[in-house]
Design a protein around this ligand. Structure first.
Ligand SMILES: Cc1cc2nc3c(=O)[nH]c(=O)nc-3n(C[C@H](O)[C@H](O)[C@H](O)COP(=O)(O)OP(=O)(O)OC[C@H]3O[C@@H](n4cnc5c(N)ncnc54)[C@H](O)[C@@H]3O)c2cc1C
Length: 275
């Protein structure tokens, strides 16, 4: 049995100093993913661990007219108890579908986005909402889009020795939102994934279209989203079907999830978008 050395930094600066001294240091926020994904009853942590959940700077919430900024250690329950109307749609419902009340009391937003071996439920939804993340390391601080955490092959790619400090969500609302979680709210595994599609339906046209499917890997056709923008709102028949087919054909090269399930979700999303 390995005995871990556990640190309790009180500030971001102390955490960065620990990461600088040991880039292999394991950050633990709520610990629900780290512990929940262990195959045995005895929990194995890295040799050095830093518990960051009590760092005050990582639990702050700021709201401006343009965005909602959340410390990465804000718990999922904390998010759901923000004043009504504060969380952009559909976050309240998506968070309510994660795990159960007890887990959500401990689990954090940062932990949901920083999972190293798969994408958790909030990643595709926040990526659709154009959320930005602040990454801090010994080299400094920078803001990036969530797609920064996705590698070329669609797998999660979290920069080493890095702390996610804040998440900034633009307060921009979409009037078309279609989100489906596959595989239930059990501990995420190979059969769980989230399909998120959002757009703005203007009087005649579709605008700001985005579609992301994520589980063990992530799938998004960013260039094709622009080809959907500007299409007629009420398009039907062949024109709509060609968009569905484009997505299902592109997904056929992805072997990480059942292609028929993806195809049926893409069909439903476009039918609703065009209805
Ligand atoms: C019974 C059960 C059911 C679950 N169901 C769901 C579900 O339906 N949907 C879902 O999405 N998840 C689910 N989860 C997984 C998990 O609870 C959530 O994803 C949760 O939000 C993870 O947050 P955490 O704070 O516990 O992360 P932790 O376990 O503390 O950390 C997760 C990962 O992120 C890293 N990390 C954490 N914070 C930071 C940070 N600020 N900067 C850099 N790295 C960081 C850690 O090093 C670790 O690699 C479930 C878990 C359990 C136990």
């Amino acid at each position: 049995m390995r005995i871990s050395e556990v640190y309790f930094p009180e500030t971001i600066a102390e955490t960065l100093e620990l990461l600088r001294a040991n880039p292999e240091l394991q950050l633990v926020a709520g610990g629900t993913e780290i512990v929940g994904s262990q195959p045995t009853r005895s929990i194995a942590l890295e040799r050095q661990v830093a518990s960051i959940v009590k760092i005050k700077e990582l639990r702050k919430t700021v709201r401006t007219e343009q965005f909602l900024e959340l410390g990465s250690c804000t718990t999922l329950t904390g998010l759901r108890t923000l004043a009504s109307g504060t969380l952009p749609e559909p976050l309240y419902d998506v968070i309510g579908g994660i795990a159960n009340h007890g887990v959500r009391n401990i689990a954090t937003l940062g932990g949901n986005l920083c999972c190293k071996n798969r994408f958790m439920d909030l990643w595709p939804v926040l990526a659709c909402l154009d959320a930005q993340i602040e990454l801090r390391s010994a080299a400094g601080a920078r803001w990036a889009g969530l797609s920064h955490l996705c590698g070329e092959d669609g797998s999660p790619s979290f920069p080493p020795a890095t702390l996610m400090a804040r998440i900034r969500i633009p307060l921009f609302s979409y009037n078309f939102i279609f989100v489906r979680s596959l595989g239930g709210n059990a501990l995420p595994g190979p059969h769980t994934a989230t399909f998120a599609c959002m757009a703005n339906l203007g009087r005649d046209k579709i605008e700001d279209f985005r579609l992301i499917f994520a589980g063990t890997k992530a799938f998004r056709l960013k260039e094709h989203e622009m080809a959907v923008d500007g299409r007629r709102r009420g398009m039907k028949g062949r024109e709509m079907q060609s968009l569905v087919d484009y997505y299902t054909d592109a997904f056929s090269s992805q072997s990480w999830y059942d292609q028929r399930l993806f195809a049926s979700l893409a069909q439903e999303a476009f039918e609703r978008l065009c209805s």
